[in-house]
Design a protein around this ligand. Structure first.
Ligand SMILES: C[S@@+](CC[C@H](N)C(=O)[O-])C[C@H]1O[C@@H](n2cnc3c(N)ncnc32)[C@H](O)[C@@H]1O
Length: 275
């Protein structure tokens, strides 16, 4: 079977998908030539900047797993993962269940390929649902009747936005999305966020990265500075070391100020609503 034979109906394999590019960074096989080419351009850019895109993607998955484990161990059993990505190893529902039996998960993504894969994987799993949803309209996700049936949003739940908010290039829109999500969280609920960090990229390097992503399904990319990323946790109690390089976030670390922010690629944090 050639690669062209495995293109699902309705999918244009010639437009790189950010979900499939990420799958390629992680060493997965659910990607096409256009995805690999775009991802290779980003990996080359990373090398020029002294970063390893693959290692950063792996570190991001590691963060996701540690954060979900901490939340499940704290007793929260409801997770809404927006920008969930293609199924890979240690998916949110697997980690959540391992550390919190009975956990229920909603996966949302705006890429139909992700939904096709997720539904095939989860066909007989009653504790997990996958739906098409856009981070730009989180109310539509949270108010979706399938979510109301699956979760009890009057009880604490966690919203996961892992490596997705940087696909909303407009700063004001990103801030608005985050303010709305913080409003919707319940006391005892959690926000898990990781975000591409601007570091010391030159204007030229930033433009090269943006150019690659403008041609993808996301239509754009915005790395952001420390203050902007930290502001997304406004009003929440930051757990562990605070907002730090994604590889350094562990629930029991405390801030020590010696992080190599510039080379981190992605910053991450976990906030909790007091109560
Ligand atoms: C880099 S992957 C991250 C996957 C996973 N969260 C992780 O960190 O391992 C980004 C995912 O976000 C999805 N995505 C991008 N923009 C989105 C949006 N506006 N709404 C929902 N999902 C989006 C992509 O389709 C892709 O699956």
């Amino acid at each position: 079977m050639t690669e062209a034979d495995r293109v699902p109906a309705g999918i244009n394999p010639n437009v790189p998908s950010v979900a499939r590019m990420y799958d390629y960074y992680l060493g997965g096989r659910d990607n096409f030539a256009a995805d690999r080419e775009a991802a290779e351009r980003m990996m080359e850019l990373g090398r020029r900047m002294g970063n390893d895109a693959r290692a950063i993607a792996q570190a991001n998955r590691g963060f996701l797993g540690r954060a979900v484990r901490m939340i499940a161990e704290a007793g929260v059993r409801q997770f809404i993962d927006i920008g969930a990505g293609l199924p890979t190893q240690d998916n949110v529902h697997q980690v959540a269940r391992r550390h919190g039996p009975g956990s229920r998960v909603v996966y949302a993504d705006n890429d139909p390929v992700v939904l096709t894969h997720a539904r095939a994987l989860l066909a007989r799993d009653t504790d997990v649902i996958a739906l098409e949803g856009d981070l730009k309209d989180t109310d539509a996700i949270l108010d979706d009747p399938r979510v109301a049936e699956h979760l009890d949003l009057s009880r604490p739940f966690a919203v996961l936005l892992v490596a997705v908010l940087h696909f909303v290039p407009d700063n004001a829109e990103a801030a608005q999305i985050m303010a709305r999500i913080r409003q919707r969280l319940r006391p005892g609920g959690y926000l898990v966020l990781s975000h591409l960090y601007a570091g010391d990229a030159t204007a030229d390097e930033t433009e090269t990265g943006q150019q690659v992503y403008r041609g993808t399904t996301s239509g754009g990319l915005a790395s952001r500075g420390y203050a902007e990323i930290a502001s997304y946790f406004e009003g929440l109690d930051l757990l562990g070391p605070g907002v730090v390089p994604v590889a350094d976030w562990t629930p029991d670390a405390s801030p020590d100020g010696s992080y190599d922010l510039v080379k981190s690629g992605i910053l991450a944090g976990v906030g909790r609503v007091r109560g």
